[in-house]
Write a protein that binds this ligand. Structure first.
Ligand SMILES: NC(=O)c1ccc[n+]([C@@H]2O[C@H](COP(=O)([O-])OP(=O)(O)OC[C@H]3O[C@@H](n4cnc5c(N)ncnc54)[C@H](O)[C@@H]3O)[C@@H](O)[C@H]2O)c1
Length: 328
């Protein structure tokens, strides 16, 4: 199939491109490189430097490349920044996504895979979280994604656009020589590894008196290659005339922040100093996915569920790319 990957120069998008290429699909990447890296885009993919909100360009690309299905990874992803600058998030993540969808429909592309997030749930009422859990985001980032999910529901009814929303929990790890290199970095595993690299003095633990066994927050870490393989399954599902749906992607097992730091110490052999910091507003104590639906409907099983292997792959990438993509 001919697949459009919007945001394919970013962390999860670039790894997904590799999986799609290996499965024999043609991959066309659109990215404005505001956050992504040209070096992360496979030489086997067709690349267009363009904004997702440039409807005319998207239509032109879809028509010239005979696109069947679009996968949409492009977004701003910093929760804290979304609180300080919600306009930026609603513009890039929601309004431009609506413009992308309108362009796709005009180009007669009616299959869409969307990078959603666990942040659509907000503070969980029960864990593991199932897809029918109430949606109540605690920050504009989560809302910017939930609004898109609502648009997709309406566009399906009105215009026949079929979609799969993949709600990722905490992506981590590296694969195919591609790793996580965000500026600024706000994700736990790369920040811990930056301490191991000597690029940060210490790792902050936001809250040490949560209602969890060791008092630190619990998160569900999922290997980026496992997220990527779920996208391949979603492409296949939509090719079978399925109406699509929303699926959690996680391992269904939580690790505390302290456990993640301890595993990283073991993997890297470094001390990795940690300091306690105040809780951040809107941070849930536990975020753990039920991925039963993804397993049943998509036939997806994470291949690398073990956190030590996830962190080891990220560390290996950091050792081979000490400056991230800067040196490429
Ligand atoms: N990383 C995670 O743990 C995580 C968890 C849940 C959901 N997500 C979602 O997954 C997606 C990918 O995350 P990531 O960590 O790979 O992010 P990323 O920042 O590495 O990649 C996003 C890519 O989109 C591009 N982009 C942003 N705005 C654009 C625009 N207007 N036009 C064209 N390109 C644009 C960026 O240049 C970048 O290459 C995002 O939608 C994010 O919200 C990520």
């Amino acid at each position: 199939m001919n697949l459009l990957v919007v945001g394919g120069a970013g962390y999860i998008g670039s790894v997904t491109c590799q999986v799609l290429l290996q499965a024999g699909h043609k991959v066309v990447v659109v990215d404005n490189l505001s956050k992504g890296h040209r070096a992360a885009v496979s030489s086997q993919a067709v690349f267009f430097e363009s904004d997702l909100g440039d409807g005319e360009r998207i239509i032109e690309i879809c028509r010239s490349e005979s696109i069947d299905t679009a996968l949409h990874f492009a977004a701003f992803t910093e929760v804290g920044e979304s609180v300080a600058a919600p306009d930026k998030y609603f513009d890039n993540n929601t309004i431009r996504t609506k413009s992308l969808l309108d362009a796709l429909l005009r180009a007669d592309v009616k299959r869409f895979i969307f990078s959603s997030t666990a942040a659509v749930y907000g503070e969980p009422l029960a864990v593991p979280i199932t897809e029918d859990h109430p949606k109540s985001p605690t920050n504009p980032y989560g809302w910017s994604k939930l609004f898109v999910e609502e648009i997709l529901r309406s566009y399906h009814q009105a215009y026949g656009l079929r979609s799969v929303c993949l709600r990722y929990f905490n992506a981590a790890g590296a694969a195919y020589g591609l790793g996580e290199d965000h500026h600024p970095e706000s994700h736990l595993i790369p920040m811990i590894l930056q301490v191991a690299q000597g690029k940060r003095e210490s790792i902050k633990i936001f809250g040490t008196d949560w209602d969890t066994p060791d008092g630190t927050c619990i998160r569900d870490f999922i290997h980026v290659a496992d997220l990527a393989s779920a996208h391949l399954k979603a492409v296949e599902l939509l090719s079978e005339d399925s109406p699509g749906g929303a699926f959690n992607l996680g391992n269904g097992e939580g690790h505390s922040v302290l456990q993640a730091i301890q595993i990283a110490r073991k993997v890297t052999g470094k001390t990795i100093p940690a300091v306690a910091a105040p809780k951040r507003p809107g941070d849930p104590a536990r975020l753990v996915a039920s991925s039963v639906l993804a397993r049943q409907v998509l036939g997806w099983t994470p291949a690398i569920p073990d956190l030590e292997s996830i962190i080891a792959s990220a560390w290996e990438w950091r050792l081979s790319h000490p400056q991230g993509y800067l040196e490429s």
